[in-house]
Design a protein around this ligand. Structure first.
Ligand code: SF4
Length: 367
């Protein structure tokens, strides 16, 4: 259960996860049950939660524990990370400390923020030197007798008190250990002495920064008094997501029971949205004229479709973590039953109700 929740909570809010978690645990309450699930079932349950490879790896890992490890979960962070697909350093630490009581630390986004503030670490918090330092600190700090509680408390501190924009320093249980807060207090004292014409103290060595230190703020971006403790952590500029355009065609027909049906094809078993179902789609190169798009899409559908019969419906934008994706949506109503090009398979016709219950991404639901 800890493992499932930790994987679901990667990059995803608690409020979103709860329903998925409950349904997952009800369907697969044990490792053995999960090991027997198919990827199709996993994708179906995961539909809408995003980062689909997480569900796939969870299932693969359960299968591995059952078939290769005699059904016994690895119990240390080192073994969890080494043996289980999809379990990284953070997840391994969380499972080992919360489930098995191993005295090992965890470093997630919340912990990074708290520790960088506690120790005035101002270098890019994603740099290897900072990350290594944070892991060393987390491993040194963790409570030996209640590591799981300690780790959850540290993460909770970051989520509720030491929050990104307006931390509640006055209510913080570790404020007397916090160097960022001490620095703010010193600055205030310095300013008030100056105001009243009193002699000002010489700054501490710790305030000066040491040239070339991999943990200090870079010389070009010194401490900004207006930001206070939120000077930390520092992040490198975010990479812009790449843009992509895809033509997609909603093909519909009247099914044998009179209801409208839509053609879905399955994506490849690896890569983005692996194994999920989508309307037949085709990546487009930038700047392609509409006429050419139609021709390419008609060609891709693989049977004699007049490009002109495709009706342009509009565009849908969906942001994946690293891709700004635009779907150019066409539709086509078919009067006759058609045989599909094997290149499109596996494929199937679904009603609207079936569509919503299948393993389709949020992007396709928008389409
Ligand atoms: Fe964060 Fe403020 Fe607490 Fe320091 S005193 S750890 S900055 S909330």
């Amino acid at each position: 259960a800890v493992w499932v929740s930790e994987i679901m909570l990667q990059q995803t809010q608690v409020a979103t996860v709860i329903d998925y978690y409950n349904r997952w645990m009800q369907k697969w309450p044990t490792l053995q049950a999960l090991a027997q699930a198919s990827l199709e079932e996993v994708n179906k349950l995961w539909a809408g939660l995003g980062y689909y490879s997480r569900g796939k790896r969870l299932q693969e890992a359960a299968r591995k524990v059952v078939s290769e490890l005699d059904g016994r979960m690895p119990r240390t962070a080192e073994d969890l990370q080494k043996l289980l697909p999809g379990v990284g350093r953070y997840t391994a630490g969380a499972i080992a400390s919360i489930s098995y009581g191993q005295a090992t630390g965890v470093v997630d986004g919340n912990v990074i923020r708290v520790l960088c503030r506690l120790r005035c670490i101002g270098a890019d918090s994603s740099s290897p030197a900072v990350i290594d330092q944070l892991w060393d600190m987390a491993n040194a700090l963790v409570d030996r007798s209640r590591p799981g509680d300690f780790n959850q408390a540290l993460m909770e501190l970051g989520a509720t008190v030491c929050v990104p924009k307006a931390p509640l320093c006055g209510e913080c249980p570790v404020k007397q250990h916090c160097q960022a807060r001490r620095r703010v207090e010193k600055e205030l004292a310095f300013a008030s002495r100056k105001l009243f014409g009193k002699p000002t103290p010489v700054p501490d060595v710790e305030d000066c920064g040491v040239g070339g230190c991999p943990l200090c703020p870079p010389a070009a971006e010194p401490w900004d008094s207006s930001l206070g403790v939120t000077n930390f952590p520092r992040k490198a500029a975010k990479k812009q997501p790449r843009t992509a355009r895809t033509a997609t065609c909603v093909l519909e027909r009247r099914g044998c029971h009179g209801a409208l049906e839509y053609l879905m094809v399955q994506r490849p078993s690896s890569g983005l949205l692996a194994g999920l179902w989508e309307f037949p789609s085709l990546p487009l190169t930038q700047g392609l004229q509409e006429e050419k798009q139609r021709e390419m899409l008609a060609d891709h559908l693989g049977w004699p479709v007049m490009a002109g019969a495709l009706r342009l419906i509009g565009e849908v934008v969906h942001i994946f973590s690293h891709i700004h994706q635009t779907y150019v949506v066409y539709s086509l109503h078919l009067d006759e039953d058609v045989t599909l090009d094997p290149a499109l398979s596996p494929s199937c016709w679904v009603t609207e109700e079936e569509f919503h219950a299948s393993a389709v991404s949020t992007a396709m639901k928008k389409v």
